[in-house]
Design a protein around this ligand. Sequence first.
Ligand SMILES: [Zn+2]
Length: 306
Amino acid sequence: MQILQGTIKNPTSIYGIGLHSGRKVRVELLPAAPNTGITFLRTDQSTSREVRACVENISATNFSTTIGFGNSSIATIEHLMAALSFLQIDNIRVLVDGSELPILDGSAEPFITTLKQAGISRQAMSRKFLVVKRHFKFADGDKFIEIEPGSGSTYKCEIDYGAGVIGKQSLTMNMADSDFKSIFSARTFCHQKDVEFMNGKGLALGGSLENAVVVTDLSILNEEGLRSKLEFVQHKMLDCIGDLYLLEGTIVGKVSARKPGHALNALFMQALLKDFDRYLAVVSLPLQTFAAESEKQRDLRVASSL
Ligand SMILES: [Zn+2]
């Protein structure tokens, strides 16, 4: 786990269509100073102001995570947020000339590739760790998200779509593992009947087999099939990691999610923030203390520094 805050070395951009609007959109990614966080700005609106990527600014969670105020909002931020979380980028300015980020191939992989090509630089300021002090659970029927203390940053995710193609899947991943490619390359997915429903509401107009896995009750419609047997749960974990990065820090502890979705993720974070200090401690390490330590020693000390 990186201890120093990160940004990108050089400006870069990425271009694609919005999943819901079907419109072309260009995203510019710019380096940002330490402690400025992740901010989004609509460049197609003269009155738009910069929106910080944080829980307080979530404005909608239907089919994607949207942040903003009134008409000046930006949807489908979760895959970029997940890419930033994976790459441990804390400070970046995101300029968007439309109402949503491009869906690209439905995963976070194109964002990861673009950010890596821009280069990542570490900044002379400690990252913010959110160390879990005690168990907290937010449940809605049989869905829940809970956090509990633990060293490192571990995510467990379970989905249960009954007897269909998606079925039940479960996955646990430690964020310190370097092999999380299977998570960030997992694509968004939906049932064919959901596509018809969403199109009827003017949503998912840019959706296609190029940017989503589409299933029926019995089969997967994409000719190429799945990228991995666990692609469905891997994508849900990707969304969860992206949404939870709106807490503006790296969680040190164990996160478990059953049947998560953008609405549940937001409700969990909003409930957690109501009593933040009871459940989380914000830890930033003095720069001189970690210089001589291994990554494992750092992880352990972050977890035990309460
Ligand atoms: Zn997603």
